[in-house]
Ligand binder design. Sequence first.
Ligand code: OSB
Ligand code: MG
Length: 374
Amino acid sequence: MLNVHSITLTEITLLLKEPFKISSGVITERRILLLELDDGEGTTAWSECVAGEQPNYSYETVDTAWIVISQYVAPRILGRPLESPTGVQPLLDENFRGHNMAKAAVEMGVWELEARRQGTALCQLLGGTRERIEVGISIGIQPSPEVLVEKARACLEQGYRKIKIKVMPGADVAYVAAVRAALGPKAPLMVDANNAYTLDDIDVLQGLDDLGLLMIEQPLAWDDVVQHATLQKVLKTPICLDESITGPARVRDMISLGSGRIVNIKPARVGGFSGSKAIHDLCEQEGIPVWCGGMLESGVGRGYNIALASLSNFTIPGDISPSSRYWQRDIVTPQWQMDTDGMIAVPWDRPGTGVEVDRDLIEDLTVRTETLTA
Ligand code: OSB
Ligand code: MG
């Protein structure tokens, strides 16, 4: 029986190679919250809480997650025998609203711990099927259309199979139109607005609609499914929901209202792997494609995303760019590598996520640490 004996929280700082700007803010240094779960029998597992530095993606931040994990999440799990990792989500969701990223860091860590205890690959434990997964890139907001065009061109040349362009008012139709003109009608382009528009911006949204995009990600409010339905009725381009999808119930709302046709699954946003699998399976039944989003994770969090993206209905390339895209030196060995076809190999032949953390490097980068026990 699985039993989490202790959880150690560690915050590190990793400097991004270049600032990453989205409509709601810019970051230059990533504060990364790592967890090490220990079963007290010689097996440990590392997980990552992907909450942001600021509450500008969701209300969670590194600081709220630290408090929520130590005061409310960990006490529900520590020292409690578990039949299987599927038992974690019900324990965390009982009379406990929200804070999905804090919950997910523990929930997913238990899946990884169980995979390592069994000597099984995480992708296998989750029910994955793919040997390799298709990689897309998310390009932050650039200073001019010209700079954006050169970035996007370089990404296509590197092999990326989907180019996502962040947009905001003042950096939208003209920027994306320039990329479309330069890279041609077949280039796999999409945009992500991170809630930068309202229904009053219909002219801009229709301008984007004419650019042959794969999808428009979360153009309207972060918690909305109603206005997105109004918008989807007048757009030919599929809307993809990110922020609004916090669990299977929101996917059912999206389907019944017609708020979107594609779902971005970030496992942390939906409380972990149980929630992700439930959404994956529901979307598969309903004929809705999904893809795996990213939150500027280190190689630890990327490993979780890669395992998840090996499931069958992840038919669209994910925001799963390799270690070298954001980091001078990632905290895992081996680092995540993309081949020239824009694919990452799923590590079926290694336990857990298939990567080991570099403990010395983490120690050098540590800002604070705390060990929680029952
Ligand atoms: O909306 O997908 C998003 C990063 C931070 C906050 C929100 C988002 C993103 C990304 C990053 O697009 C994608 C990645 O991790 O490579
Ligand atoms: Mg997004």
